[in-house]
Ligand binder design. Structure first.
Ligand code: SF4
Length: 99
């Protein structure tokens, strides 16, 4: 099992708001292990066993080795629709709703 990323050792998870996704694919270029474009042209997160998660608001763990790539994706996402949050209290730490 991959080690999950965290702030101060806390686990993080990521989800995408497909309503705002532009389908440019930046996230899938940065972190193809976590993000993938489906045939509908929108990006979705993938489970650790690479299953595309299409339920609204579905989350997947952020692997420690991919933290930088996932955070960069959230920063550069033109739709501002990639949300990275703590698993423990669901507080967003990277993304449009982060403080
Ligand atoms: S970077 Fe953002 S807008 Fe672009 S495909 Fe990924 S989630 Fe959608």
């Amino acid at each position: 099992m991959q080690q999950e990323a965290g702030v101060g050792g806390e686990a993080l998870e990521v989800w995408i708001d497909q309503d705002l996704c532009t389908g440019d694919g930046i996230c899938a270029q940065y972190a193809p292990e976590v993000f993938e474009l489906d045939i509908d042209g929108l990006a979705y997160v993938k489970s650790p066993d690479e299953e595309l998660l299409q339920a609204k608001g579905a989350t997947t763990p952020v692997p420690l080795a991919l933290l930088t790539d996932v955070v960069d994706s959230a920063r550069e996402c033109p739709g501002e629709c990639i949300h990275v949050r703590r698993v423990s209290d669901r507080v967003e730490v990277h993304g449009p709703d982060a403080e």
